[in-house]
Design a protein around this ligand. Structure first.
Ligand code: UD1
Ligand code: MG
Length: 436
């Protein structure tokens, strides 16, 4: 649904407090970049989402274009106009109502954004009372009137003691921005153009400025790695709750890690300690304790405990047991109960993979395919040296090394060193246990 509102998301800053070579807004929570979440909330409301970029702009644009179409990117001239006010200089919104949002607020929701629209003031700005306001701009309010915002680095001791802070979301009329953005100055402690200075200028001219008290959970900015992990915990809690509401059984949900790209269909159970990542689909399946599933499809199957499905695995009507690793493989109607590595393989219905089976898919230079047909019995401790193709109805004896090639239907494949029995060896070697 579209609303006549433009949303500007400021994502051009370095985020030095993250202490990372990566741009702040590209740090991930629940498997997606922080910026993805605020854009997602914005896109639920409007078709006009403008993202201001500069620092690592190519990486930021590339990452967001992977998720969304039709975003407008504006490049900030950070050299000449650094700061959140500088970020607004090249922005031309489509609509008269303009909401400006910091890009480091992944927890914001559509419902919260909509609260800003219900207020007719010239400027509506978000405020949060915090026990520890450190790092935030303080909001000077007298008799319910916002007088100004003072950045921490410019604040006097008395101003630093104010615990009502600017959350970094503002609804402006476009003409207010057109009037005041060109008049901003950088005569402050950081030598930056502060968007927050618009407040005092507008108030002096008699414009109506309305504070909107907002919740800490959705509006807290992410400025450090500790903030990032806290934001991830909150987002993860939301994801788990929404999947449980949709009918998924999560056992000890606090211990389960589910990323944003994971989908469940039908009756699914996930046991404690599971980690489900990337674009994974789980359909009518049971994921047992401490299994890890990445970018895979699991349908009508049970996986684990302690199994690992690596990217591009498709597992259908299959039993995967403990300590089984599957990578880029398609298993349909298969049983692989214990201790195996199945990589670059395609395995068909009725096939049993014995414990300790290894697809030797890599020769140090290239990766090769293993293709196994229907009703094949792969004995324990089998090595399948790829490329290899085994037809239907084949038995492979335990302990066999099946070398590369094609194997026809109906055969037994066996490679075993004959057993030797050396009489009297034990007592000679250990000096005990002599048979009477
Ligand atoms: C800002 C506010 C502060 C508020 C806090 C809330 C200003 C001057 N200060 O401070 O009052 O309490 O957010 O979280 O606005 N950005 C740009 N271009 C720049 C600088 C920053 O696009 O030149 C972007 C950043 O990528 C970030 C957002 O603006 O997404 C906020 O920048 P940040 O450096 O985190 O500002 P704060 O110091 O937190
Ligand atoms: Mg910030």
């Amino acid at each position: 649904m579209s609303h006549p509102l433009s949303i500007v998301i400021l994502a051009a800053g370095k985020g030095s407090r993250m202490k990372s070579p990566k741009a702040k807004v590209l740090h991930e929570i629940c498997g997606r970049e922080m910026l993805y979440f605020s854009i997602k909330a914005a896109r639920e409301i409007t078709d006009d989402v403008i993202v201001v970029v500069a620092h690592q702009k190519d990486a930021v644009i590339h990452a967001m274009e992977h998720h969304f179409d039709d975003l407008t990117f504006v490049t900030q001239d950070t050299e000449n106009y650094p700061g959140t006010g500088g970020a607004m200089k090249g922005v031309t919104p489509k609509y008269d109502d303009v909401l400006v949002l910091n890009g480091d607020m992944p927890l914001i929701t559509r419902t919260s954004i909509e609260k800003f629209l219900a207020n007719p003031a010239d400027i509506v700005m978000s405020v949060i009372p915090l026990d520890n306001p450190r790092g935030y701009g303080r909001v000077v309010i007298e008799e319910d009137q916002v007088l100004r915002i003072v950045e921490e680095k410019d604040a006097s001791d008395a101003e630093k003691a104010i615990n009502t802070v600017n959350a970094g979301v503002y609804a402006f009329k476009h003409h207010v921005l057109q009037t005041y953005i060109p008049r901003l100055s950088n005569a402050n402690a950081q030598g930056e153009y502060y968007l927050t200075d618009v407040i005092e200028m507008a108030r002096t001219d008699g414009l109506a400025i309305s504070p909107l008290y907002v919740g800490e959970e959705e509006f807290k900015g992410v400025n450090s790695k500790a903030d990032l992990s806290h934001a991830e915990e909150i987002m993860m809690e939301r994801l788990r709750k929404s999947w449980m509401d949709a009918g998924v059984i999560l056992q000890l949900p606090q211990t389960i890690y589910i990323e944003e790209g994971v989908r469940f269909v039908g009756e699914c159970t996930v046991e404690n300690g599971a980690r489900l990542c990337g674009n994974t689909l789980i359909e009518n399946s049971h994921i047992k304790a401490h299994s890890v599933i990445e970018d895979s499809i699991v349908r009508d199957s049970d996986v684990g405990p302690l199994a690992h499905l690596r990217p591009q695995s498709v597992v259908e009507a299959t039993h995967i047991g403990n300590f089984v690793e599957v990578k880029k493989s398609h298993l349909r109607g298969v049983k692989a109960g214990h201790l195996s590595y199945l990589g670059d393989a395609s395995i068909d219905e009725g096939t049993n993979i014995g414990a300790g089976t290894i697809t030797c898919n890599y020769d140090g230079v290239k990766k090769y395919q293993t293709i196994i047909g229907k009703n094949v019995f792969v004995g324990s401790d089998t090595q399948l040296v790829a490329p290899i193709e085994i037809a239907d109805n084949v038995m492979i004896a335990a302990g066999t090394t099946v070398t590369s090639g094609k194997y026809e239907s109906g055969i037994l494949i066996l490679s075993r060193t004959p057993v030797r029995k050396v009489a009297g060896f034990f007592s000679k070697f250990f000096g005990k246990g002599k048979q009477c």
